[in-house]
Design a protein. Structure first.
Length: 570
């Protein structure tokens, strides 16, 4: 939740029915308070409709009330001159819903679509190991299931280790520079897998891929937060992760064709798979240098002399995002973080429940998903059949991802929409545990497909962690920490199905069932944790007079989510 307003002084003047020019106009310092343009009606946090948020009159004022409407808090939160967008900040700027919708659509087209393309290439390169498995990959390299598990563990571990350093580099040089650099670096590693020759080279490339790809996701999310409000970001992240599923679906079709090259030039088909998909990422990485402007007001370049946005559009973008979260101007996009600041963020115990969820919330469904194609091959399906039979789970997962992300916004509850994953997994894991050698392969396929097609609630939790962090610096580090815990969960997942437990993995499935039940209690604890803090802060804040509240805002040394007027979402 953004900072709570203590007072609003500028509420009189131009009526909401005024013409567009009066709404857009600026005021000189000599104008009276009564001439300050009217703000738009506050948008309710909860939707009045179950299916969609209420429509607004397109030509009515869209500018939302914020701390910038009070002369006192305006000076407290005024963007510093060093902030890259400060020249477009105007506390008196007003715009209509028609203008705002047009700007957001433009951001979606120019910024969001390319972010999805970049994520598509990431997942293409990190998930093609599953398709390679269907082409006798392990036997070609003389690897066992345990070697494969070790490779996945090292990948996750290196991914985890690289998270925070990657975010710190990104914050220093800018995500528009670092993200394309990352992509080019890992594309070389990915295509180099064409020359794998055994266990050592397999493990080495797994490590290098993890190091190069670590931090990419929180880097992109931080970048997107420059353009979107906190209510817009969760649904954009849902579509962001749709590109993840599309990569796996498209990758399955690509693999079906490329793996048929087995024998060409005396090489295995999986070698061509790594080479061609790595080359595709290299092209996208180079293009990303030209497709990622540093900020909403820095889209002009030698190859784009007119930029993407007009001055009016830049004013709308900057002011709408700041009104939603004034802390976004606290750091410029080339400002690094100090060690002291990082340590302060790590000590923020209010974020620990979300970090704890990050470790184990996906563990129950990850092993069956990871071993889907390998399990299908062990059941007797051909390489082509195994790859094509993995597609239904991807389609189901993509649909459920969108359903659950929209559900999170409709019911305005992060806990309810995310804990449902555990209720989805529990009966399916119990069914999987009861299977034996006589179980029909189609029954096994159906159950494992439902598990692998689980509702992917990770985007909801990423946005949840971002919202509860508050502040650019805090959000930068907490996003990395959260993702590090998620990768740690991946390490746990990679070691639950062991070679001595196959093919039914009875022991592994018992562990998954126990973790699922544990997760349910952890979500309940998280709900009680945040509601308890909010109730305690409500009691303190409401016991103060308006003067005491203002004095607190003027003098407090509390920052971000430590402020008494900050409310956590849950």
């Amino acid at each position: 939740m953004s900072t709570v307003l203590s007072k609003t002084f500028y509420t009189k003047g131009v009526s909401e029915g005024s013409d567009s020019d009066s709404v857009k106009g600026k005021l000189s310092p000599s104008d009276s308070v009564l001439e300050v343009p009217t703000l738009g009606a506050p948008v309710a946090e909860k939707s009045s409709s179950f299916w969609r948020k209420p429509k607004h009159e397109l030509d009515s004022v869209a500018t939302q009330p914020s701390v910038f409407d009070d002369p006192v808090t305006l000076e407290i939160y005024r963007p510093p001159a060093i902030w890259e967008n400060s020249h477009r900040f105007d506390s008196l700027a007003r715009w209509t819903w028609r203008e705002e919708y047009r700007v957001v659509r433009k951001i979606d087209l120019l910024i969001m679509v390319w972010a999805c393309i970049m994520f598509f290439s990431l997942d293409l390169d990190r998930s093609n190991i599953s398709q390679a498995n269907t082409d006798n990959f392990l036997n070609d390299l003389g690897l066992t299931t345990n070697d494969f598990n070790l490779g996945n563990t090292l990948f996750k571990l290196c991914f985890l280790i690289a998270e925070l350093p990657s975010q710190l580099i990104s914050k220093r040089v800018g995500p528009d520079v670092w993200i394309p650099s990352q992509m080019i670096l890992w594309s070389f590693v990915s295509l180099a897998q064409f020359w794998l020759n055994g266990r050592a080279s397999f493990l080495a490339t797994r490590c290098l891929l993890g190091f190069m790809q670590g931090g990419f996701i929180p880097d992109v999310i931080l970048y997107l937060s420059y353009f979107y409000t906190k209510s817009e970001l969760p649904l954009r992240l849902a579509w962001f992760w749709v590109s993840n599923y599309l990569a796996e679906i498209v990758g399955a079709f690509i693999a079906t064709g490329l793996l048929r090259l087995r024998g060409v030039g005396g090489k295995a088909g999986w070698r061509y798979l790594f080479l061609i998909e790595g080359g595709l990422t290299l092209i996208i990485g180079i293009a990303s240098f030209f497709m990622m402007p540093p900020s909403p007001t820095q889209t002009k370049a030698w190859f784009r002399p007119k930029g993407w946005f007009t001055e009016r559009e830049e004013i709308i973008m900057v002011n709408r995002v700041l009104r939603d979260d004034p802390t976004k101007s606290s750091m410029h996009n080339r400002e690094g973080l100090t060690v002291r600041k990082i340590w302060h963020i790590l000590k923020d115990w209010r974020m620990w429940p979300i970090y704890a969820l990050g470790i184990i919330f996906m563990v129950p469904v990850t092993p069956p998903q990871t071993y889907l194609t390998l399990s299908l091959r062990n059941l007797g399906y051909t390489t082509t059949q195994a790859n094509l039979l993995s597609i239904p789970s991807k389609v189901l997962g993509m649909i459920l991802l969108l359903v659950f992300c929209y559900l999170s916004e409709i019911i305005n509850s992060r806990v309810i929409s995310t804990v449902l994953l555990q209720f989805w997994a529990l009966p399916l894991l119990i069914a999987l545990y009861t299977f034996n050698e006589q179980t029909s392969q189609w029954v096994y396929f159906a159950v494992v497909t439902l598990i692998a097609g689980f509702p992917y609630v990770h985007p909801v939790q990423v946005a949840w962690a971002s919202t509860n962090s508050s502040g650019v610096g805090t959000r930068t580090v907490s996003a990395s920490i959260y993702n590090m815990f998620v990768q740690a969960g991946g390490i746990i997942s990679a070691n639950i199905y062991r070679d001595d437990d196959k093919p039914l993995y009875k022991r592994g499935n018992r562990v998954l069932i126990a973790i699922t039940v544990l997760n349910m209690f952890l979500y309940l604890f998280t709900y009680l944790f945040y509601t308890g803090i909010n109730k305690r802060r409500d009691k303190i804040w409401n016991s103060w007079t308006a003067k005491e509240q203002q004095e607190y805002l003027d003098t407090t040394k509390d920052e971000g989510n430590a402020k008494v007027n900050f409310r956590f979402v849950y």
